[in-house]
Design a protein around this ligand. Structure first.
Ligand code: NDP
Length: 343
């Protein structure tokens, strides 16, 4: 198929692009600058220009941002929307987080309806953040049935930028389902809801300071920054970026994935387990890792993981098989070490 991917310069976006190319699709991806397009091209020298090309979209918070990007010759069959802010360096929650997340999502759907009538499937990267519900009883299982209860009215009460990010993802997903219900477009929607994503960083990463938010803790372990105190885990679950990217591709390809959300998670997460894998697989790094009492904050709370998870839909309907923590963390560490050697 001919596929538009937004946010190809991102951690997940880059792997989505490569996965689609490897499966024989031709891809146009949006990036914010010509420089980012050049960096992506430079790390993919073997890919012909008619299989991977670029459109510049600077500000996804503008509702008409994608009007030009959705038009292509040959026309698109599928749009995969991954671009959305995932960082905590915000000064204005509405402007820096909610607007690009929600307007970016509604905007691309509007652009498709207006200018890209051949699109039959839109795959959107949502998140476990759109499922997370504080009020859910400990010991219960998360599945596609779960919803973050945030509304546009309560979103601005977020206590910190982490909560603000979760709200941005929940409001964007809710707005997307509302849009298709109201406008009944000719495409169907598939939603991918991954938990915290680890996995190899891009070969075009320019600095370890620019590593994406979810891999930052692994960089910090490698650099010895958490030696005196392991940070709290902060997320219930994790999943590998290659499995998440494959789920996007499968959702793009499988007719029966339309109209559904897919919760992706490999397992419960605890930072102490991540540290253990790094120490075992990379003995040279062990001296910089937290141990003993310094690990306490990264352990599961007493009683173990707070929630279970049911990812059977992703296994049954997409055929996903999840990578293990050992494989994911090992490959992530090696990719960061390769970046250290290169930079
Ligand atoms: P990255 O920060 O690496 O990627 C975010 C992408 O969105 C980048 O391409 C970025 O462009 C683009 N982007 C962000 N804000 C804007 C904006 N205002 N205008 C235009 N483009 C913008 O993070 P991830 O790869 O981790 O995130 C990708 C998607 O996956 C997001 O939707 C995120 O919410 C979702 N997700 C991520 C999880 C994780 O743990 N990593 C877990 C669950 C969901 P640029 O490269 O120019 O900054």
């Amino acid at each position: 198929s001919r596929i538009l991917v937004t946010g190809g310069s991102g951690f997940l976006g880059g792997v989505v692009v490569d996965t689609l190319l490897a499966r024989g699709h031709s891809v146009v991806t949006t990036v914010r600058s010509e420089e980012k397009a050049e960096a992506m091209r430079a790390t993919r020298p073997d890919i012909a220009q008619d299989r991977l090309s670029f459109m510049i979209v600077k500000d996804i918070a503008k509702l008409d941002a994608f009007d030009a990007a959705v038009v292509s010759d040959p026309p698109f069959d599928v749009v995969v929307h991954t671009a959305s802010p995932f960082h905590y360096a915000i000064t204005d929650l509405q402007r820096d987080m909610l607007d690009p997340a929600v307007n970016g999502t509604v905007g691309i759907l509007q652009s498709i309806v207006k200018h890209a009538p051949t699109v039959r499937r839109v795959v959107i990267t949502s998140s476990f953040a759109a499922m997370y519900n504080d009020a859910k009883p400990a010991g219960s299982k998360y599945s596609e049935e779960d919803w973050n209860p945030v509304t546009p009215e309560t979103a601005l009460d977020a206590e910190n930028s982490q909560a603000g990010y979760r709200s941005s993802k929940a409001l964007a997903e809710k707005a997307a389902w509302k849009f298709v219900e109201k406008h009944k477009p000719s495409f169907t929607l598939s939603m991918i809801n991954p938990s915290l994503i680890f996995g190899p960083v891009s070969a075009s990463l320019r600095s370890l300071d620019e590593i994406n938010t979810s891999n930052a803790r692994i960089r910090d372990f490698i650099l010895g920054k958490s030696k005196d105190k392991c940070p709290p885990t902060g997320s219930q679950f994790w999943v590998d970026v290659r499995d998440v990217a494959l789920a996007h591709a499968l959702a793009a390809e499988k007719p029966e994935a339309g109209g559904k959300r897919f919760f992706l998670t490999a397992d419960n997460l605890c930072n102490a387990d991540v540290v253990a894998v790094i120490a075992e697989e990379f003995p040279d790094l062990a001296a910089g890792l937290p141990s003993g009492d310094a690990l306490a904050a990264g352990q599961f709370p007493p009683g173990g993981p707070k929630y279970g998870f049911d990812t059977s839909r992703s296994v049954r309907e997409l055929g996903l098989q999840y990578r293990t923590l050992r494989e994911s963390i090992s490959d992530t560490v090696m990719s960061i070490q390769a970046a250290q050697n290169r930079l």
